[in-house]
Design a protein around this ligand. Structure first.
Ligand code: GAR
Length: 222
């Protein structure tokens, strides 16, 4: 059988890039048999630590400072041009903290994926861990989804859920969610690269994956 060619992705970041690091560790240049090739890491902030991670891994990286552009449309057009020049077939938002224009999103429909630190559609936006604690939910987590123009919406590809503990703080909960993100994102991108994810009627259908059974309780009783 002929080997499937690698899915070329561009990863967009704004900061520390711990999710980027996880993707480099799973799919970077030294990983044999990776179904994905990271062809570009792009940051809107020139001082993002994630750019150093890309350089260290030998992955092409670029900063396009949004402050140098008159408006969102001009900034997004510059990003779009750089991404297309890289040969990327898909765009991955890994802690990219700027809103994208409808035009950019439409140009990458079903080829634009985001990770969000909450179980969508709950807790869209920022400060998700503090808001989950405030709401008193017993489960929290993270979501990988295709991007649609309305913020933090779009077909859900994969989620990781974890129990909230009574003594959790924003920091402790955030730490566990971030660890889950580092596992969930590569898992979801691998499924896409293997051709197992398609969008039908605005839902993501995942073929040939294993699905958890059972019911989780939190608290579990006395
Ligand atoms: C991650 O927790 C990611 O889910 C979140 O930003 C963090 C980036 O961390 N993204 C969003 O909130 C997008 N709405 P990282 O730079 O260490 O990967």
């Amino acid at each position: 059988m002929m080997a499937r060619s690698k899915l070329k992705i561009a990863i967009l970041i704004s900061g520390r890039g711990s999710n980027l690091q996880s993707l480099i560790d799973h799919f970077g240049p030294v990983i044999t048999g990776s179904p994905i090739e990271i062809v570009l890491v792009l940051s809107n902030r020139p001082d993002a630590f994630g750019l150093e991670r890309a350089k260290k891994a030998g992955i092409p990286s670029l900063a396009i400072d949004h402050k140098a552009y008159p408006d969102r449309a001009a900034f997004d057009a510059a990003m779009d041009q750089a991404i297309r020049a890289s040969g990327a077939e898909m765009v991955v938002l890994a802690g990219f903290l700027r809103l994208l224009t409808d035009g950019f999103i439409a140009g990458w429909r079903d080829k634009l994926v985001n990770i969000h630190p909450a179980l969508l559609p709950s807790f869209k936006g920022l400060h998700t861990h503090a808001r989950a604690l405030e709401a008193g939910v017993r489960f929290h987590g993270c979501t990988v989804h295709y991007v649609r123009p309305e913020m933090d919406t779009g077909p859900i590809i994969a989620q990781a859920a974890l129990p909230v503990r009574p003594d959790d703080t924003e920091e402790s909960l955030g730490r566990r969610v971030l660890e889950a993100e580092h596992r969930l994102f590569p898992l979801a991108l691998r499924l896409i690269a293997e051709g197992k994810v398609r969008v039908e009627n605005e839902r993501a259908i995942v073929d040939d994956a294993a699905f958890a059974g059972g019911v989780l309780f939190n608290p579990m009783g006395s």
